[in-house]
Design a protein around this ligand. Structure first.
Ligand SMILES: O=C(O)C1=C[C@@H](OP(=O)(O)O)[C@@H](O)[C@H](O)C1
Ligand SMILES: C=C(OP(=O)(O)O)C(=O)O
Length: 428
């Protein structure tokens, strides 16, 4: 019987996965990259003219970005399920109400900086999870550019008193908690009165590959970014011009399908070779291929969003795996170090633990084919839901609570699993 697992039809508290009897094989069309879609939406919205974005992601995070831009006077049409047509005027207008950005880190950080281009007050806010995600380093950096912004709790809501531009020419930023602060400043910097230099304070930064994505997106919309060394960039005062862009598929989403194939000994065709992705999480492919002989230490700082995927794989590995360099997973949609340790433990006590900021997963190949009924908490975090679903491909009785939380970045996730032949049961 064909059943829909589209999010609109998923009015259920939990989804039970039935481990498939055979390897998963087939073709999956991936959604567009969240990171690239939200950069392209913003840059197209800041440009003068009409931009056509194809292959884009349509999900909670990109909807929040698009709605916020519309509230600031950008015209956005959605001619089909993967396109946005964005018409910008080269400036943003004061929005009539606070911008509500859900738990979209990209939208929240990028728009906090861009809001300084508005002449007037902008409030950037999010859901209760976003209100716990730090933004103070970005606020301090904006102040050094002469931009008045405040976030009394160090997290959203942020109030920006925009003056239609800014005069600063050099700013240092501490990006240890999030690379998104650097990306936000880089994208703003093309509106400087003169070239702007952005310099890392300390060398610690979340995944650097996201800054490369920002540079590439800025170049596509006509900006000039010159690296001045490993932790410094100069941005020319070009502003942006409209552009047509084909967005590559989402590499973080790809990790779940690569892992599903590896776990079941199958083969899932995603329509493009892993080495063609430009996003940081594609680095996880080489590790996923090594399963069930993952290395005993995985340094996760440069592929952070893939760490929950790799942790789920590690549960079935031939030996234990220690994940290091992942302290900032504690300030993502939820504390992912704690969440993965807790939920793997829920499957089988002793399967995982936290040690400082490291996550240790005790590989147990005998888990495959076993039955350990468990209702998995997902903490409103799409990646915990999708990663723990991988465990349910090999362990009987795994039910994922709040399955619609995957809508943040991958609304078609459950349908993709169902189409590959995974039986899913809706539970109350
Ligand atoms: O710039 C981006 O598109 C992203 C950067 C990363 O966050 P941090 O820079 O906060 O680590 C990543 O986890 C997030 O999903 C997307
Ligand atoms: C951390 C994530 O998202 P963001 O920071 O964009 O909310 C993610 O998608 O895993």
């Amino acid at each position: 019987m064909d059943q829909s697992f589209a999010l609109a039809d998923l009015d259920t508290r939990a989804l039970l996965l039935v481990p498939p009897a055979r390897p998963l094989r087939g073709r999956v069309v991936l959604p567009g990259s969240k990171s690239i879609t939200n950069r392209a939406l913003l840059l197209a919205g800041l440009a003068k003219g009409r931009s056509h974005l194809k292959g884009a992601l349509k999900s909670d995070d990109t909807a929040r970005m698009a709605e916020a831009l519309v509230a600031m006077g950008v015209r956005i049409e959605e001619p089909d399920a993967t396109s946005f047509v964005v018409a910008g005027t080269g400036r943003l207008l004061p929005p009539p109400a606070p911008l509500f950005l859900g738990n979209a880190g990209t939208a929240t950080r990028f728009l906090t900086a861009a809001a300084s281009l508005v002449e007037g007050e902008v409030v950037v806010d999010g859901d209760p999870h976003m209100r716990k995600r730090p933004i103070a380093p970005l606020i301090e950096a904006l102040a050094r550019l002469g931009i008045e912004a405040s976030a009394p709790t160090g997290c959203p809501p942020v109030t920006i008193k925009g003056k239609g531009g800014f005069s600063g020419r050099r700013v240092e930023i501490d990006a240890g908690l999030s690379s998104q602060y650097v990306s936000a400043l880089l994208m703003l910097a093309a509106f400087g009165e003169a070239p702007v230099e952005i310099v890392l304070k300390g060398q610690a930064i979340g995944a650097r590959g996201y800054v490369d994505l920002t540079q590439a997106a800025m170049a596509a919309f006509g900006a000039e970014v010159t690296p001045l060394g490993p932790g410094a960039w100069r941005v020319a005062p070009t502003r942006y011009h409209a552009a047509d862009l084909m967005i590559e598929p989402d590499a973080s989403a790809a990790t779940y399908l690569w892992a599903a194939a590896a776990l079941t000994g199958g083969d899932v065709d995603l329509g493009l070779p892993p080495e063609t992705f430009t996003q940081p999480d594609a680095r996880a492919y080489a590790l996923i291929r090594a399963f069930p002989r993952l290395p005993s230490v995985i340094e996760g700082s440069q592929m952070q969003d893939a760490v929950p995927t790799l942790a789920a794989l590690a549960a079935f590995n031939e030996g234990p795996v220690r994940f290091t360099g992942i302290a900032n997973l504690r300030v993502k949609e939820c504390d992912r170090v704690h969440a993965m340790a807790s939920e793997l433990q829920r499957v089988r006590p002793g399967l995982a633990r936290e040690e400082g900021d490291d996550l240790i997963v005790m590989g147990d190949p005998a888990l495959a084919g076993s039955r350990h009924p468990a209702r998995i908490e997902t903490y409103a975090d799409h990646r915990i839901a999708m990663s723990m679903a991988l465990v349910g491909l090999l362990v009987g009785g795994i039910a994922i609570l709040d399955p619609t939380c995957v809508g943040k970045t991958y609304p078609g996730f459950w349908q993709a699993l169902a189409d590959l032949g995974v039986a899913l049961e809706k539970l109350d």
